[in-house]
Ligand binder design. Structure first.
Ligand code: ZN
Length: 321
């Protein structure tokens, strides 16, 4: 769509596009998005885009929306489902939902909204999505997805919305509490559309990945990186493409995508107006940066086969003062 304004500033976009990598096999679709490299790189070298005076004013909330997935190797990496001769792609749907969320939030001048990418065709490594959110001091970072049940196990007939959020009671506990609160607020808004609420999905690393303080890390990359960067961040899953009720009632028309995007926006506004701006970004980033060396050693020792995070570019893109 052409109505996307105020997307990633040129410099950040250049940075993100410069680090695009072709990730692993696309034979498994949706699950890939939720993993990724173990540790987040420091964000201190990222050039924060200039978005004008008032950026850190309490009356101006910064929201980063992350439309899930994108093309790798010429193919969409998200889930898809064919129904009545039409193939529905998660990658395209998340782009639409995010665009509507952004439009809705920007009707209120108190919100500065960025997307991590500007096209369903584009993919961005997960750590870079979170790094961008941290670099603009996001008060809320929401990765927007659509679910799919793979057909083996207990979720075969799953339906409804859910959130992959950070677990509380360990590294950056208060931040995790806030992320869960924000996620639940958005889920509650989505249920007003008639969607079933599956609640929070909390999953721990299954390959021994630890947070810098030695506590167990979260499995999903977005909540894990958000915890490490000190930003409120999580995944929202907007129903199941391969559940015909979710698909036909919520995931198959432009009107439905708009309703989902606006429900997200209402949840974001409800949470931020209650909780205020995030106070974690600065302190947590400093702590994380100082421990990155140690964390990298842990990664090498304990996570054979884990892809190392790409270095954060020092690129100063054109057009940024
Ligand atoms: Zn997904």
């Amino acid at each position: 769509m052409t109505h996307l304004k105020n997307l990633l500033p040129a410099a950040a976009k250049t940075l993100l596009l410069a680090v695009l990598i072709s990730t692993t096999s696309s034979s498994v679709t949706w699950a890939e998005e939720e993993t990724g490299p173990a540790f987040a790189p420091p964000v201190t070298k990222i050039t924060a885009p200039e978005i004008g005076p008032g950026m850190r004013n309490n009356s101006n909330f910064v929201v980063v929306l992350d439309p899930g997935h994108g093309k790798t190797g010429g193919h969409y990496s998200g889930c898809h489902f064919e129904y009545n001769g039409i193939t529905y792609y998660e990658d395209e749907i998340t782009m639409k939902i995010a665009s509507y969320t952004k439009q809705y939030l920007e009707q209120n001048s108190n919100y500065t909204v960025y997307l991590t990418k500007d096209s369903a065709e584009t993919t961005v490594p997960l750590d870079q999505r979170a790094a961008f959110a941290a670099s603009v001091h996001a008060d809320l970072f929401v990765s927007q997805h659509v679910d799919s049940a793979l057909g083996n196990g207990t979720v075969k007939n799953a339906y409804g919305v859910s959130s992959m959020a950070p677990r509380t009671g360990r590294y950056n506990n208060e931040l995790a509490v806030q992320s869960q609160d924000a996620a639940n607020t958005i889920l509650k808004q989505l249920t007003t559309l008639g969607l079933h609420n599956r609640g929070l999905i909390l999953r721990d690393s299954e390959n021994g990945t630890l947070f810098p303080d030695g506590s167990q890390a979260d499995y999903y990359a977005i909540p894990r990186y958000s915890q490490m960067y000190g930003i409120r961040g999580f995944i929202i899953e907007h129903g199941f493409l391969n559940h015909t009720s979710d698909l036909t009632l919520f995931l198959s028309t432009e009107v439905q995508y708009k309703a989902l995007g606006e429900a997200d926006a209402r949840g974001i506004m409800e949470y931020l107006q209650k909780a205020g701006k995030s106070t974690f970004a600065q302190t947590a980033q400093a702590a994380q940066a100082s421990q990155t060396g140690q964390a990298s050693e842990n990664t090498n020792n304990q996570n054979a086969g884990t892809v190392a995070p790409p270095p954060v570019s020092e690129s100063k893109g054109p057009g940024v003062s």
